[in-house]
Ligand binder design. Structure first.
Ligand code: IPE
Ligand code: IPE
Ligand code: MG
Length: 258
């Protein structure tokens, strides 16, 4: 079968495919509502999008795909919806793990996993274990995750190290902080996508997206497919990433002294 790269004439190196894409997968509930169906149908359909987009990211040679699947704040939804989501997460990881492994995709969990039901944790850790030797796409699943949770944990850990005399406050750098986050070792995302039309970050990767390109689309997560994903990447490729410098500085590299 022709790969997505061949079909769309994409060369990952030449065409600036972001190495790390993070996605706020929003809009499942509204997708279901539009069809007069229950919210759980929307979440079930959302799992199909996860499958599709993971496959695409892997085919395109993306290094890290970080998916916001369940936030700390989502624990405050009606218990029945939380239960449905937990069941779906367990099912999805059980169903998808063989395929992920076959596609060399490595699962990593990001978040306060201890809060999840024990059987779901078991399914998740089984997926992590099964794919631990995979060397392709890193699929980072954010579950019971929020930035403020993560930053609070990081500050506690650093404070404990200071108290033990292991580090000096003056020696704390940005790297010290990054290393204590749930995403430690994962480079920051170049591109953050939010589906579902809301223009906010909802407590997602606040530290890590300091210089990410942001892409918002009204498309609801269950409708987000190849065309929409490639449109986001194409928009990213048009952006000039200046990191505080001037346009002239970033365009005139030493290799390109025009
Ligand atoms: C995203 O869809 C999935 C989760 C947050 C778990 P929503 O359930 O938030 O869908 P909307 O925003 O109500 O449409
Ligand atoms: C953000 O979506 C969290 C996830 C996609 C997992 P929400 O639907 O929970 O965000 P808000 O409530 O609209 O900010
Ligand atoms: Mg939502």
């Amino acid at each position: 079968m022709e790969s997505v790269k061949e079909k769309n004439h994409i060369d990952p190196a030449a065409d600036r495919i972001p190495a790390h894409i993070a996605i706020i997968m929003d809009g499942n509930g509204r997708w279901a509502k539009e069809r007069l169906r229950g919210r759980s149908d929307g979440h079930a359909e959302g799992v199909n999008s996860v499958h599709r987009i993971t496959r695409l990211a892997s085919d395109l040679g993306v290094r890290d795909l970080t998916l916001y699947a369940f936030s700390t704040e989502n624990w405050n939804r009606p218990q029945q919806e939380v239960d449905t989501l937990m069941t779906l997460i367990g099912q999805a990881i059980r169903n998808e793990t063989p395929d992920l492994k076959a596609n060399n995709v490595k699962i990593r969990l990001v978040g306060d996993i201890d809060r999840l039901p024990a059987d779901v944790q078991r399914d998740l850790y089984h997926g992590v274990e099964e794919t631990s030797d995979c060397t392709g796409l890193n699929l980072n699943l954010c579950l019971s995750y929020s930035s403020r949770w993560e930053l609070t944990e990081a500050m506690r850990a650093i404070a404990a190290q200071v108290r033990n005399g292991r580090i000096n406050p003056a020696d704390i750098t940005e790297d010290t902080i990054s290393a204590q986050l749930a995403t430690s070792g994962i480079p920051d995302p170049e591109l953050l996508i939010r589906t579902g039309g809301e223009l906010r970050l909802s407590n997602f990767l606040l530290w890590q997206t300091a210089y990410s390109e942001l892409y918002f689309t009204d498309v609801l997560w269950p409708d987000f497919g190849e065309k929409e994903f490639l449109a986001a990447i194409s928009e990213y490729r048009k952006r000039e990433r200046r990191f505080g410098r001037t346009s002239e500085q970033v365009r005139h590299t030493p290799d390109d002294p025009k």
